[in-house]
Ligand binder design. Structure first.
Ligand code: BDR
Ligand code: CA
Length: 312
C-alpha cells in the first residue's frame, strides 16, 4: 500500500494530541514530522507537549518548533480550554525526547522542496508556520500536494460569533494559505462540533487499556470538563483528529467545493472563513469544505487508531 506522506503542524492541545496519536501509528500514513506553533498555549508549552505525547506513545517522530507568534497580530492562547500547560490532565514522565534543532518553517521548506510534490500538510493550529514557509520560499507552494486543516466554519465561530480559534489566532496566515491556489480541505466547526466525546466514548476507548487509550482518557478528563464549563457541552468536540480520520478514510466526511475567503479586514467578523456555500458569487472554488461527518465511523477510526498501540 502506498502511504500518504504528511507533516502535522499543530499546537498541542488535547485534540491535537489525539491527532498525533492517530497519525503516528497509522499504516496508510507516513508522518514525516510534527511541526509546532504557538496557539492553544505558548510555543514553549506546545512544543514540549508534542514531545511528551510522542515520548509517551514511543513514537520516533521528529518534533520541530516553529513560530512563537502570529504573522501580524498579537498572540492569543486558549488556556480556558487546554489549561496552563496547554495539555493539563496527564502526568508525563521526565522528558528525554529532544527537539530538532531546525526551525519548523525551515523543516517545511526543506521537506517540500526535496519532495516529489507528494506531501500533504495537515494543520490543526494557527497556520503561521505554513504561511511563513510559503512567504520565505515561494517555490514550495506548488510542491504542496494538499492542505488539510482544522479551522473555520461556514456557520458560527467559537471565539467570536464569526471566527473559529485557529483562524482568528492568525487570520493573515490563514489568508495566505487559502490564497495559495493549492488544493485545500477545510475541516471546520460545522463537522467537528458533531464529534462530541461523551463519557461513554471515553469509557469505550478506556477499555482498550493500552498506553494510547490511557493517555486518551487522561486528556479527555480535562478537556471534557473545560468544554462543559466554557461551552456547556456534555462531551468535548474532538476537532483536530477529524483531519487525520479523513486522510485515513475520506468517507468519514462529506465535502463541498466552495469559494472561501478569510476576513482579515473587518473588526466584528475578523477571522471569519467566508464560505460561498450556495455559489452566489460565481467565483471558482478554493476549498473543499466539510459539510457533514459520519460520527459512528469517526469513533471507529479513533478506536482502531488507539488499538494500534497494542500491536508490537
Ligand atoms: C481548534 O482550536 C483549538 O483550541 C483546538 O486545538 C482546535 O484546533 C478548535 O477551534
Ligand atoms: Ca489545535
Amino acid at each position: 500500500m502506498e502511504k500518504t506522506k504528511i507533516i502535522l503542524d499543530c499546537d498541542p492541545g488535547h485534540d491535537d494530541a489525539v491527532a498525533i496519536m492517530l497519525a503516528a501509528r497509522e499504516p496508510s500514513l507516513e508522518l514525516l514530522g510534527v511541526s509546532v506553533v504557538a496557539g492553544n498555549q505558548t510555543l514553549e508549552n506546545t512544543q514540549r507537549n508534542a514531545r511528551n505525547v510522542l515520548q509517551w506513545l514511543g513514537a520516533n517522530i521528529p518534533v520541530y518548533a516553529g513560530c512563537d507568534r502570529p504573522m501580524v497580530r498579537d498572540k492569543v492562547i486558549a488556556a480556558d480550554i487546554h489549561g496552563s500547560t496547554g495539555l493539563d490532565g496527564p502526568v508525563f514522565p521526565p522528558l528525554t525526547k529532544k527537539l530538532e534543532p531546525e526551525h519548523a518553517v525551515q523543516f517545511l521548506i526543506r521537506s517540500l522542496l526535496e519532495s516529489e510534490g507528494d506531501i500533504t500538510v495537515v494543520t490543526t493550529g494557527p497556520m503561521t508556520n505554513l504561511a511563513m514557509a510559503m512567504r520565505l520560499e515561494p517555490r514550495i507552494t506548488e510542491k504542496i500536494r494538499r492542505i488539510v486543516l482544522m479551522g473555520g466554519s461556514f456557520t458560527n465561530g467559537n471565539v467570536t460569533p464569526a471566527a473559529e480559534f485557529n483562524i482568528i489566532a492568525d487570520a493573515e496566515a490563514a489568508s495566505v494559505c487559502f490564497r495559495s491556489g493549492r488544493p485545500i480541505t477545510m475541516v471546520g466547526l460545522d463537522v467537528t462540533r458533531k464529534a462530541l466525546c461523551y463519557p461513554e466514548i471515553v469509557e469505550r476507548m478506556g477499555r482498550i487499556g493500552n498506553r494510547a487509550s490511557n493517555l486518551f482518557v487522561a486528556l479527555m478528563g480535562h478537556f471534557c470538563k473545560t468544554q462543559k464549563q466554557v461551552f456547556g457541552w456534555e462531551g468535548g468536540p474532538l476537532h483536530d483528529p477529524v483531519t487525520i480520520a479523513y486522510l485515513i478514510d475520506p468517507e468519514v466526511l462529506v465535502t463541498k467545493p466552495m469559494n472561501v475567503q478569510i476576513d482579515i479586514r473587518s473588526t466584528q467578523s475578523y477571522g471569519r472563513t467566508n464560505c460561498d456555500y450556495y455559489g452566489y458569487q460565481k467565483l471558482p472554488p478554493t476549498a473543499d469544505v466539510a459539510v457533514d461527518i459520519d460520527v459512528a465511523r469517526f469513533w471507529d477510526i479513533v478506536e482502531t487508531g488507539l488499538r494500534r498501540y497494542s500491536e508490537a
